[in-house]
Design a protein around this ligand. Structure first.
Ligand SMILES: Cc1ncc(COP(=O)(O)O)c(C=O)c1O
Length: 411
């Protein structure tokens, strides 16, 4: 039994093969590279029982990850994240309570830990000493943390309205961080521009092949958590789309292993109406998305005007029989308040977007009452700006203003 069954990398557009033993970025066609595994041998040598018998962490899936040996893993304790049912929050009558997969429990408070743990492990294995990333916040925070753990230098480029807490956590975790007067695509250009001069390795979404392998574990976890019978619908807040593409890849691999059976979940790409290039492309029936102008949304993580993997996102959503939905920022904020007050679950704005989209989809008849639904909350709600509390109480005149319960109606 091998630790990893990874064999090679493959261009996601042309299928051209690349050596996995070497450090790789994009393919010659300038498209993402995907890791491939010897699934036939894995199927003979490993069983679902073997996986289930291990501690519930990301690393229980090591055969389906590229890290060749446990010694090379850079880890901060990547737990399997829980599925929490929203029992009290509003849903259509007779509908099952949706589950939230709470990625906020991971190191650095977001699912970016999954991808960056893998990417930093592989970069270190290949002798990289210096890494850089364009980031809306959470990816930079995770990169900084894993780089510190690995003893690497880290450089983060953030749009200047990135949540304050992200900038501070990146800095406190030892990375150099700049506010950039542009969006994430402008930050990506700066990473590119500095490559030759500063010799850093570019960890941008899908520009190296390993972040997606880490994100893939979200799909693997859902399989084991649902007893190898995947849910019917998965709502995913979509920015660069690594998680969505990664889950789709995970399920293809599990199908090939015979560990799950079709049908697979329908994937729903959720975006904000202030930045919805994938939703627009989906509605137009297009294979790729055009860049979104003047992107703005309170859900910083999904403010991605142009995604390198747009064609892969659209392909996965369509192949799964899913759909794409945009929700307004007003609905996102109302959802955060409603779920927080009803179920005691403080969603991130991106996670709140999936709840708003879930209600919208149910109203539109796009999902069925009997569907088992998973909503992804990709970061802790604690990482985002929140409305200030303005109520004061005078100890000498207590309760003068009454004690009204705060209302938080559904969006
Ligand atoms: C909280 C949160 N949700 C969703 C996303 C979008 O993830 P992906 O790039 O996999 O589409 C991000 C990305 O920054 C994020 O931070």
């Amino acid at each position: 039994m091998r630790y990893s069954y990874a064999t090679h990398l493959e261009c996601s557009l042309t299928g051209e093969r690349y050596d996995i033993a070497r450090l790789q970025g994009l393919s010659a066609a300038q498209k993402p590279l995907l890791a491939r595994y010897d699934l036939a041998t894995l199927k003979r040598e490993v069983t679902r029982r073997d996986i289930e018998a291990r501690a519930p962490t990301l690393w229980r899936w090591h055969e389906l990850l590229p890290v060749p040996d446990a010694r090379f893993a850079v880890t901060l304790g990547e737990i399997e994240t829980p599925l929490v049912p929203l029992l009290n929050s509003h849903r259509r009558a007779d509908f099952r309570a949706p589950f939230v997969k709470d990625e906020g429990r991971l190191p650095t408070g977001s699912f970016k830990a999954r991808g960056l743990s893998l990417a930093v492990s592989m970069a270190r294995l290949h002798g990289v000493r210096r890494i850089a990333i364009p980031t809306n916040g959470n990816a930079g925070a995770a990169m900084a943390a894993y780089a510190a753990q690995a003893g690497m230098e880290a450089f983060c480029f953030c749009p200047d309205d990135t949540p304050e807490i992200n900038l501070s956590e990146i800095a406190l975790q030892g990375a150099t961080v700049w506010r950039v007067n542009g969006l994430i695509n402008d930050c990506a250009r700066l990473v590119e521009a500095g490559k030759a001069q500063f010799d850093w390795f570019d960890l941008s979404t899908l520009k190296e092949p390993y972040r997606i392998e880490g994100k893939k574990t979200m799909g693997l976890e859902l399989a084991v958590q649902f007893g190898w019978r995947l849910p019917e619908v998965v709502f995913y807040p979509t920015g660069g789309g690594t998680g969505l593409i990664g889950m789709w890849k995970a399920w293809q691999e599990l199908l090939e292993l015979g560990w799950i059976a079709a049908p697979l979940p329908r994937l729903v790409a959720v975006q904000s109406s202030g930045c919805a290039p994938i939703v627009r492309a989906f509605d137009l029936g297009a294979d790729t998305a055009t860049a979104w102008k003047d992107a703005h949304t309170v859900a910083a993580g999904i403010r991605v005007p142009a995604a390198l993997g747009d064609f892969l996102i659209l392909q996965a959503v369509r192949e799964s029989g899913g759909f794409a939905l945009a929700v307004t920022d007003e609905k996102i904020l109302a959802s955060r308040a409603h779920v927080g007050a009803s179920d005691g679950f403080l969603l991130s704005p991106e996670g709140a977007a999936t709840y708003a989209a879930y209600l919208q989809a149910a109203e539109a008849g796009l999902i069925a009452a009997t569907d088992r639904v998973v909503l992804f909350n990709c970061a802790s709600g604690l990482k985002y700006p929140m409305p200030p509390v303005t109520d004061h109480m005078d100890v000498d005149k207590p309760f003068a203003g009454g004690i009204a319960r705060r209302a938080a109606p559904p969006p």
